[in-house]
Structure formats: structure tokens, C-alpha cells
Design a protein around this ligand. Structure first.
Ligand SMILES: O=C(O)CCC(=O)C(=O)O
Ligand SMILES: [Fe+2]
Length: 229
């Protein structure tokens, strides 16, 4: 018996059949949806749905974010103040104000809502930003062990812009080569994995600084396993 067996930490698998399946199935569903467009880039699966949410629902969610916001946090071993300077809040999925939107996002992607983390509301005032990052978890970070118990890797991200922003605040994917300006009610969704289920580095993205106005969004991350046990 090897001395090194068992005790050593299991390295995170680079690829995974479950993640592969999420990539293929969600993409096929979005490709087939008449209101959804795929962004014309090869490096990542990025989709948008222009009028996903009506103005009244956007306004209701904005009011909830304003009422509950607190400084955003960062899941990282680096203490990097200034990396994410927005405010955030948890959007309770069981609240009658939130549930229809939360479930509509999961239904659009065809993912069991139990795989979805708590939806985040985010607010960026002028000058606030979220610097370039990946939404997937890095297996080298100390949080990885815990994340494996809590639904595992993140697969798809869905974001909704709740308002138009007069200037700034675009979501920029510098490697994939796409910049998306906020537009009220528009949903943006992308797969953080490659088709083989490994993390796609080209999904690195940033929330660019708002120049004029205030930017409100909601973000929902889906895990490879159930996040709600
Ligand atoms: O604010 C944006 O446009 C991007 C937000 C984002 O990347 C996130 O919430 O993970
Ligand atoms: Fe992100």
C-alpha cells in the first residue's frame, strides 16, 4: 500500500461529465429559444435575452436592493480591497417578490432551481466596479474544500441588468472579446466551463466602473450539484 494514498488531498478534476452535460444541454436549450441570441464569439458560450424582465419587476427588485444593500464581499484568499467596490444583497428565493424571477431564470436555462445559489442584487454608484475575475472556483484557493461540499463548481452564470446606465458599467470579457452595455430587463448568461467541463479561462470578465448614473443588476450562479440540500 502506498504511504501517500488516502491522506493526500484529491486534486480537483480538470474535466467532468456533469459539467460537460450542463454545457451541452443548457446551450441547446438557449439555441432553440426564439428570444435568445448567442453572442458571435468562439471562446465561450455567451447568450443574451433582450427583454427578459419587465420594467415593473426591474423597479421592484431595484427597491429591494436599495433597502437591503451592504458592501459587497469577495471569495478569495487575497485581501484585495478595491477589487469589488459595489454594494450587494441576498435576494430571498422564497419571497413572493423574488421567487418568480428566480424560477424564471432556472426555467430558461433548464436547470433545477436547487442548483442555483441565492440570487445576488448588486448596486454600483459612479466609480464603483468589479475587477476582472472568473465566476468559477479556483481549486488552488482555500475555499475549494468547502465549496465541494456545497454543490461543487459553478457552471452557468445568469445576470439581469435592472436599469439603463447613462455612461459606463459595461460587463467586459477582455479575452473573449465582448463588452455588454447595461440595458433594462436584459439577461446575459454564459457557461463558465469549456465544452469538456474544464474551467474556461476566457470567461474572465469585469464590471467596468460606472461613470454616470447608478447600475443595478442581479446575478445568479448555478452549481454542478444541488446547492440546496
Ligand atoms: O457587474 C457586472 O457587470 C458583472 C458582475 C459580475 O461579474 C458578478 O457578479 O459575478
Ligand atoms: Fe462575475
Amino acid at each position: 500500500m502506498s504511504l501517500f494514498a488516502r491522506k493526500s488531498k484529491t486534486p480537483a478534476p480538470a474535466t467532468s461529465a456533469v459539467r460537460q452535460r450542463f454545457g451541452a444541454e443548457v446551450a441547446a436549450r438557449l439555441d432553440a429559444h426564439p428570444a435568445v441570441e448567442r453572442a458571435a464569439i468562439a471562446a465561450a458560450q455567451v447568450y443574451y435575452y433582450v427583454d427578459f424582465l419587465d420594467a415593473e419587476t426591474c423597479d421592484r427588485l431595484i427597491a429591494m436592493i436599495d433597502a437591503h444593500r451592504r458592501p459587497s464581499t469577495l471569495l478569495s484568499d487575497r485581501n484585495d480591497q478595491g477589487f469589488r467596490t459595489s454594494d450587494s444583497c441576498d435576494m430571498n428565493r422564497w419571497s413572493p417578490e423574488v421567487q418568480p424571477t428566480d424560477e424564471a431564470i432556472a426555467a430558461l436555462l433548464g436547470i433545477d432551481p436547487a442548483h442555483g445559489e441565492t440570487m445576488q442584487g448588486q448596486r454600483y454608484a459612479p466609480g464603483q466596479h468589479f475587477r476582472a475575475h472568473h465566476d468559477y472556483f479556483h481549486a488552488t484557493e482555500s475555499y475549494w474544500e468547502r465549496m465541494q461540499q456545497e454543490g461543487g463548481q459553478r457552471t452557468w452564470t445568469a445576470m439581469i441588468y435592472l436599469n439603463d446606465v447613462p455612461e459606463g458599467g459595461a460587463t467586459w470579457f477582455p479575452q473573449a472579446g465582448i463588452k455588454v452595455a447595461p440595458r433594462r430587463g436584459m439577461l446575459l448568461a454564459w457557461n463558465n466551463m469549456n465544452p469538456d467541463g474544464s474551467p474556461n479561462e476566457a470567461t474572465i470578465h469585469e464590471g467596468m466602473p460606472v461613470v454616470e448614473g447608478v447600475k443595478y443588476i442581479i446575478t445568479k450562479w448555478f452549481r454542478e450539484d444541488r446547492w440546496i440540500k
